[in-house]
Design a protein around this ligand. Structure first.
Ligand SMILES: Cc1cc2nc3c(=O)[nH]c(=O)nc-3n(C[C@H](O)[C@H](O)[C@H](O)COP(=O)(O)OP(=O)(O)OC[C@H]3O[C@@H](n4cnc5c(N)ncnc54)[C@H](O)[C@@H]3O)c2cc1C
Ligand SMILES: CC(C)=CCC/C(C)=C/CC/C(C)=C/CSC[C@H](N)C(=O)O
Length: 476
C-alpha cells in the first residue's frame, strides 16, 4: 500500500481553495501537512465593503437553497443563515419600466400571464429539470466518485443535454425550447445582466444557473459569506501562507534505497522576497491567465498548454443615498416602490442593475418598500462617473466601489479547461467556464480532492465511471 502524501499545497484561499483544503483533509487524514497559499485575503471573491459602520456583501452574495455543499459548510461550521429582504422588482429598458412587480401576488400572476403567457411557468419547469440533473453530483460525490475532466463531470450529470447547453447561448437554447423572444428579452436577459453582467449570448448552462439564482429561497451567511472560507481553513487545520505563487516546476528527488520521489517546487513572492517549497500534490484554486493567477509552469514535459481564459469586469458600487426616481420616469418619489431594478439590453444604459441591500449581520426587515434613504448596490461594467452617480441619486452620503474581474467572459461554444494539468497537479477553476457560483467552486473542490486521492492510491475504478446514475440507483 502506498503511503499518503506528506505535503499538499492549495493555491488560493477563496471558497474553492478553502473547500479544497477541507475535502483534502477529509480524504487524506491528519498525517498530511496542508498549506493554502494566498496572495491577498482569504475569501477571494467573497468579500464585504464597510459603509457607515456596517458591512455589505460586495462579491458573491446569494446562495441557492439546493446548494448542498454551502449548506453543509454553514451547518458544520456552526454559522447562521440570513435571508435577503424581499423587495419589489421592476425591469427598466432605458426609457420605461417594461415590467413592474405588484405587492399583491394574485395581481402579479395576472400581470405575468398578461405579458408573457405561460412562459414564466414553463421556465420554472425548464430550470427545475436542469437542477434535478445537476443535483446528481451530490450522490456521486457522496459515493466518492471523481471525474478527470469538466466535460466528463457535466456529462455524468446531464448527458448530451448539458454538452449542448455549453455549445449554445441561453438565447438559442430557450428559443429552441419554445420561449418567446419578448420573454427572453424582458425577463431572461435582465437576470443574466444582474448575475453575470452579460447578455443572452452567454452559454445555456450558465444561463440556467443564472435563472436558478433568480428563484425564491436564496440565502446568505450571517456575518458575511467569507466566514465560510476562514471557517473551512480553520477546521481543516491548514496553514495559510501569505504569498503570490509565480511558478510551479516538477522535481524528482532520489531517496536512498528507495524509488525516486516526484514533487512540485512551488515558488512564491512574499513581503520579504521570493521563496519556495516542495509538495507532493498541488491544487490550483484560482483562475489561471495573464491577468489572473499568472503562474508559469516551468519544465513540464510535455509543456502545460495555455488556454484562453478571459474574465469579465463587474463593478460593485454601494451608495447610501436617495434614488433620483425621475431618472426612471417617476416624477413622484412616493409612487416609486421598487427596491430592485433590473435592466434589458440597451447600449445607452450604464448600469446592469441596482437594488437595496441589508448589512450582512441583518436578517432584513421583511418589508417590501425601499426606505427613502437606503444603501443601494449598483452593478455596472465600468466604474460610475460622478455625473452618472448624480443622475441615479438625488443625494448621497457615502459611496464605496469595488471593481472585480468577476466571472468568465462567456461565449459559445464554451471550451472547458482541464482539471489534471500534470500527474498530481490539479486545477479547480475550469468548471467556472461552465458557470461561476460559490457552489460550483465547492463542487470542483470536492472533485479535485477525490481525484487526487484516487490517483494517488491508484483507485481507477472510482474515476470517470460511466452510467453512474443507473449504477447508483440500487445503492443507499
Ligand atoms: C460581484 C460578484 C457577485 C457574485 N455573486 C454571486 C452570488 O450571489 N452567488 C454565487 O454563488 N456566486 C456569486 N459570485 C461568484 C462567486 O463569488 C465565485 O464564483 C466564487 O467566489 C469563486 O471562488 P474561487 O475560490 O473559485 O475563486 P476566488 O474567490 O477568485 O479565489 C481565488 C483566490 O486565489 C488568490 N490568488 C490568485 N492568484 C494567486 C496566486 N498567484 N497566488 C496565490 N493566491 C492567488 C486570490 O487572491 C483569491 O483569494 C459573484 C462574484 C462576484 C465578483
Ligand atoms: C450552482 C447552482 C445550481 C445554483 C446557483 C444559483 C445562484 C445563486 C446563482 C447566482 C450567481 C451569481 C454569479 C450571482 C451574482 S449577483 C447576485 C445578487 N443578485 C446580488 O445582487 O449580489
Amino acid at each position: 500500500l502506498r503511503h499518503g502524501p506528506s505535503r499538499i499545497a492549495v493555491v488560493g484561499g477563496g471558497i474553492g481553495g478553502s473547500a479544497a483544503a477541507y475535502f483534502l483533509r477529509q480524504k487524506f487524514g491528519h498525517g498530511v501537512q496542508l498549506h493554502v497559499l494566498e496572495k491577498a485575503v482569504v475569501g477571494g471573491r467573497l468579500d464585504t465593503l464597510d459603509m457607515e459602520g456596517s458591512a455589505y456583501e460586495a462579491g458573491g452574495s446569494v446562495i441557492h437553497p439546493l446548494n448542498l455543499h454551502m449548506k453543509h459548510f454553514v451547518k458544520e461550521l456552526g454559522l447562521s443563515v440570513a435571508s435577503p429582504q424581499g423587495s419589489l422588482a421592476g425591469v427598466y429598458n432605458g426609457e420605461e419600466f417594461v415590467f413592474e412587480e405588484s405587492s399583491w401576488s394574485f395581481i402579479n400572476l395576472l400581470k405575468l400571464l398578461w405579458h408573457y403567457g405561460l412562459n414564466p411557468l414553463r421556465m420554472s419547469m425548464w430550470v427545475e429539470d436542469i437542477l434535478d440533473k445537476f443535483m446528481r453530483i451530490y450522490r456521486y460525490q457522496m459515493h466518492d466518485y471523481a471525474f478527470s475532466s469538466n466535460e466528463r463531470l457535466l456529462h455524468a450529470l446531464g448527458g448530451d443535454d448539458f454538452a449542448r447547453l455549453l455549445n449554445q447561448s441561453i438565447d438559442e437554447a430557450m428559443q429552441k425550447a419554445g420561449f418567446s423572444q419578448k420573454f427572453i428579452n424582458q425577463v431572461v436577459c435582465p437576470a443574466m445582466r444582474v448575475n453575470y453582467g452579460q447578455g443572452v449570448a452567454i452559454n445555456g448552462f450558465v444561463g440556467a444557473v443564472s435563472l436558478a439564482g433568480a428563484q425564491s429561497g436564496l440565502w446568505s451567511v450571517k456575518g458575511g459569506n467569507k466566514l465560510v472560507c476562514s471557517g473551512l481553513i480553520y477546521s481543516s487545520k491548514a496553514e495559510v501562507i501569505p504569498g503570490t505563487v509565480v511558478s510551479i516546476e516538477p522535481k524528482t528527488r532520489s531517496k536512498r534505497g528507495g524509488d525516486p520521489v516526484k514533487l512540485y517546487e512551488v515558488t512564491y513572492n512574499t513581503s520579504s522576497g521570493l521563496t519556495g517549497d516542495t509538495y507532493d500534490i498541488v491544487v490550483i484554486a484560482a483562475p489561471l491567465g495573464r491577468k489572473m493567477a499568472d503562474i508559469t509552469f516551468r519544465n513540464f514535459d510535455p509543456p502545460i498548454p495555455e488556454f484562453r481564459n478571459p474574465y469579465h469586469q463587474t463593478v460593485t458600487t454601494l451608495v447610501h443615498g436617495r434614488l433620483n426616481t425621475s431618472f426612471f420616469g417617476y416624477r413622484d418619489p412616493q409612487a416609486f416602490h421598487f427596491g430592485a431594478i433590473f435592466t434589458t439590453d440597451n447600449p445607452k444604459l450604464f448600469i446592469n442593475s441596482l437594488g437595496v441591500v441589508s448589512p450582512v449581520g441583518d436578517t432584513g426587515t421583511g418589508g417590501k418598500l425601499p426606505l427613502p434613504s437606503a444603501v443601494w448596490k449598483v452593478f455596472s461594467n465600468e466604474e460610475l462617473t460622478k455625473e452618472q452617480l448624480g443622475l441615479l441619486f438625488s443625494s448621497y452620503d457615502s459611496v464605496k466601489v469595488k471593481p472585480w474581474l468577476a466571472y468568465p467572459q462567456y461565449s459559445t461554444p464554451e471550451k472547458l479547461p482541464p482539471i489534471v494539468l500534470h500527474e498530481q497537479l490539479y486545477y479547480l477553476n475550469g468548471l467556472e467556464r461552465a458557470a461561476s457560483a460559490m457552489e460550483m467552486s465547492a463542487i470542483a473542490a470536492r472533485n479535485a480532492a477525490l481525484l487526487a486521492f484516487h490517483r494517488w492510491h491508484g483507485h481507477s475504478a472510482s474515476v470517470d465511471q460511466e452510467d453512474l446514475h443507473e449504477k447508483l440507483k440500487t445503492e443507499l
